[in-house]
Ligand binder design. Structure first.
Ligand SMILES: [Zn+2]
Length: 188
């Protein structure tokens, strides 16, 4: 590694002498002007989406070792860029399958801000989305692996089939609005 000697006075003097070299601040403006901003924004969005995919896989590997991590292949995640206008961070989603080949189960990952200011933090949010018997979709936020195990253990419908509309785990997920339960559109 080469260590450059810090000698601002010499550089400053030389630049003035020649009179051709732009000052750093005008060079900086020039650099910014030459950037393709829309392209840069697209690249950033893709980066965020890709990171969401990586993090989703890491969360399963760390916190859902005996369940989701064993059945969800990392390659199956689809990343989505953040939607700042809707205050949504980047997310990832993977399809878990269906009983009738039409209305299926999904696993969704994103992050959410909790708290404010210096106490604020970002938490991982994993959500299971299942078709409901009434024709809509139910979403259940997975607090941890035990909650998932209890939930699936209590389920009496066949794997991938729609769940009962009064499915009590919907209540367990209370505190978080089940915004999709009024939509008959597939979530993704
Ligand atoms: Zn329902």
């Amino acid at each position: 590694m080469t260590v450059l000697k810090f000698s601002p006075s010499v550089q400053h003097h030389r630049a003035n002498d020649e009179g051709t070299e732009p000052t750093p601040i005008s060079a900086l403006h020039q650099e910014v002007k030459s950037l393709d901003l829309p392209q840069r924004a697209r690249e950033r969005a893709e980066e965020h989406a890709f990171n969401a995919v990586l993090t989703a896989g890491a969360v399963l590997a760390a916190s859902f070792i005996d369940t989701l991590d064993r059945v969800v292949r990392p390659i199956t995640w689809t990343g989505n860029p953040p939607l700042p206008e809707n205050q949504l961070m980047a997310s990832a989603v993977t399809y878990l399958g269906s009983a009738d080949g039409q209305r299926g189960w999904w696993l969704h990952y994103t992050r959410r801000e909790v708290g404010f200011g210096e106490d604020g933090d970002l938490v991982h949010v994993l959500t299971l989305i299942a078709p409901c018997a009434c024709g809509t979709y139910i979403t259940v936020e997975l607090v941890d692996e035990d909650a998932l195990i209890v939930m699936l253990d209590e389920l009496t419908t066949p794997p991938g089939a729609p769940v009962d509309c009064d499915f009590r785990l919907q209540v367990r997920g209370a505190g978080w609005a089940d915004t999709r339960h009024d939509s008959t559109e597939p979530p993704f």
